[in-house]
Design a protein around this ligand. Structure first.
Ligand code: NAD
Length: 260
């Protein structure tokens, strides 16, 4: 359904970003991968995705804390693919600590990667989308873009900001065929969640099993983690012509968490 389209997916060497990149490639889009990791592993991922889906797959190592590198990645994709139709602002990090102990440098990094990077990539690609009368901006926010949890001050602030940015970009692109939506996952089983278990255990003073049962899945009525494949399926739908009128939304994909 996405043949002839091209996409940049930030933070797509792992987790949700990788799941979305794979789903877009499988739907026929050319994809620019981005994110950290072992160069050989990334090259293997890139080559196998390109081969399996018979689409062009490239990689750019831009650090999402660096606005210039983000602009250069957009140029890299435009040169390689001829255009950038779809951007998925997905790269994100987390840090869990009580607000009075929250390290200021973690606050700055989370705001830069989880929020400001999306602004910079929109800015670098919007004109081309406008010119061609088609664009899809998908911002991976979070259930924490809609509601809060303790010990996640920077993350919740950045994700609420991402939902606000989503609405503004939707309004500005509306007459030019550009949609902008936020996906708001609850807990999805990825390395980012795995890495939070110890921090949550320390902050709450409980064990790892208790974190999974009483913190992560406590508020998720389905009592299961969502999958990266589910995120990919939604992204493909939002990129399709069938989703042309869905814009400015923050879509919960949280097993009913925010329905409480
Ligand atoms: P992950 O840790 O598995 O993947 C994060 C990706 O971002 C990796 O590819 C990593 O290399 C990349 N990245 C990190 N810092 C970067 C930087 N400075 N520059 C470029 N790339 C960078 O995490 P995930 O769980 O897949 O999370 C992806 C997104 O989904 C994040 O924005 C996260 O907040 C959001 N999210 C995740 C969940 C969840 O339960 N896993 C829930 C809601 C929202």
């Amino acid at each position: 359904a996405l043949e002839g389209r091209s996409a940049i997916v930030t933070g797509s060497t792992s987790g949700i970003g990788l799941g979305i990149a794979e789903a877009l490639a499988r739907a026929g889009a050319a994809v620019m991968l981005n994110g950290f990791g072992d160069p050989e592993e990334i090259e293997t991922q890139r080559a196998s995705l390109s081969e399996c889906c018979d689409v062009d797959v490239a990689y750019d190592a831009a650090n999402m804390t660096d606005p210039k590198a983000i602009r250069m990645m957009a140029e890299h994709a435009a040169m390689r693919f001829g255009q950038v139709d779809i951007i998925v602002n997905n790269a994100g990090i987390q840090h869990v600590a009580p607000v009075e102990d929250f390290p200021a440098e973690k606050w700055d990094a989370i705001l830069a990667i989880n929020l400001s990077a999306a602004f910079h990539l929109v800015q670098a690609t919007f004109q081309g989308m406008r010119r061609r009368g088609f664009g899809r901006v998908i911002n991976v926010a979070s259930a924490h873009g809609l509601i809060a949890s303790p010990f996640k001050s920077a993350y919740v602030a950045a994700k609420h900001g991402m939902v606000g940015l989503t609405k503004v970009v939707a309004l500005e692109g509306a007459e030019d065929g550009i949609t902008c939506n936020a996906i708001c996952p609850g807990y999805v089983w990825t390395p980012l969640v795995e890495k939070q278990i110890d921090g949550q255990a320390a902050s709450h003073g409980i064990g790892r099993d208790a974190v999974i049962r009483d913190v992560f899945l406590k508020e998720q009525p389905t009592k299961r983690f969502a999958t990266v494949e589910e995120m990919g399926a939604l992204a493909v739908f939002l990129c399709s012509d069938g989703a042309a009128s869905i814009t400015g939304t923050a879509l919960p994909v949280d097993g009913g968490w925010t329905a409480h």
